[in-house]
Design a binder for this molecule. Structure first.
Ligand code: ZN
Length: 319
């Protein structure tokens, strides 16, 4: 895999804008990072939802809170801060600062579709108040299943707790890998697009807890981890040293959060995609409302380019 030197966040994405917007009652100005030179043109500060308010009573979405807990299929006797041994994809030596990966080797024809499943307290409030119908885009999962497309899902612990049935469905698919996107999508750096910040002393436990939440569902578990907003610094990376993980940023940012049309998402996903690319998308529906419409076009565009989606571990060359 291609490892780069840990750095301050370089990629400004609407991921963070979306998260920030969800946390703020009113649209807020988007802060440009110091390295705004590489900010994608799509990061223009959209802070509004892309679609009209949805009906809270629409069927087939939120799992009732009374749903039974998942059947644990992974070892539960593990120390929470210990990486699984053996060949778990993304596992790195415990006690060392994790590598940060953007993409795999530029050979072959494999690319990784990665879908982040954000969930903040503000988003949960939106659900409970009925302002938002769903942050789980089942159309994406339907399409991936129907077309037998491999994908990797970066799950927040709170999203898993909100959607246990959907998580069970993801874990049951042999083409899907599961990865970690923190417990509640808090910022791990001082300046991450207005996201509320996690205390430094809580970082390790937050990520460890998320691995535990996800592990209960079995399936293709990994030690891949993605920071909210892709924001990380030396302290954040050091906090992950006890966990034996690989940090995955991605080299193709789709800009799907709060997109108002599927076309820019498709364009951003296909511009610059190459063998080994890791494409960052979202499965958060209300916060990424065009992703399901963009996905068929993205898949067609990849096929035209001779590129084939594969699980992240295969794209990074460790599968
Ligand atoms: Zn996220």
């Amino acid at each position: 895999m291609h490892v780069k030197i840990p750095r301050v966040p370089l990629v400004a994405t609407l991921v963070a804008v979306a998260a920030a917007a969800a946390l703020l009652a009113a649209p807020a100005p988007v802060r440009a990072p110091a390295t705004a030179g590489i900010v994608r043109a799509t990061a223009t500060g959209q802070t509004e939802t892309g679609r009209a308010p949805q009906t809270p009573t629409a069927p087939g979405q939120t799992t009732p809170p009374t749903a039974p807990p998942p059947t644990p299929t992974a070892s539960s006797g593990q120390e929470p801060t210990a990486a699984p041994s053996g060949t778990v994809p993304g596992a790195t030596p415990v006690g060392t600062r994790p590598p940060v990966v953007d993409h795999g080797p530029r050979t072959g024809n494999k690319v990784a579709l990665t879908f982040d499943a954000d969930m903040t307290d503000a988003m949960r409030y939106q659900l409970r108040s009925g302002a938002v119908r769903s942050y789980a885009n089942l159309k994406i999962i339907d399409l991936l299943e129907r077309e037998r497309v491999p994908a990797t899902f970066f799950l927040t612990g709170k999203w898993v707790e909100q959607y246990p049935d959907v998580t069970r469905r993801l874990a049951a698919n042999p083409r899907f890998e599961l990865a970690n996107h923190t417990y509640g999508h808090l910022a791990f750096t001082p300046d991450c697009y207005g996201l509320p910040r996690i205390a430094e002393r809580e970082m390790t436990a937050d990520v460890a807890r998320t691995f535990d939440v996800v592990a209960a569902y079995g399936g293709r578990q990994t030690r891949y981890f993605r920071f909210p907003g892709l924001c990380h610094d030396r302290k954040a990376l050091t906090a992950l040293a006890p966990l034996g993980v690989t940090v995955v940023d991605g080299d193709v940012v789709s800009g799907d959060p709060f997109a108002k049309s599927w076309r820019p998402v498709v364009r951003a996903s296909l511009d610059g995609v190459r063998p080994g690319s890791v494409i960052v998308l979202h499965v958060t529906e209300a916060n990424a409302p065009m992703t399901d419409e963009a996905l068929p076009h993205i898949l067609a565009g990849l096929a035209e380019r001779g590129l084939e989606p594969a699980p992240l571990s295969e794209v990074l060359g460790v599968g």
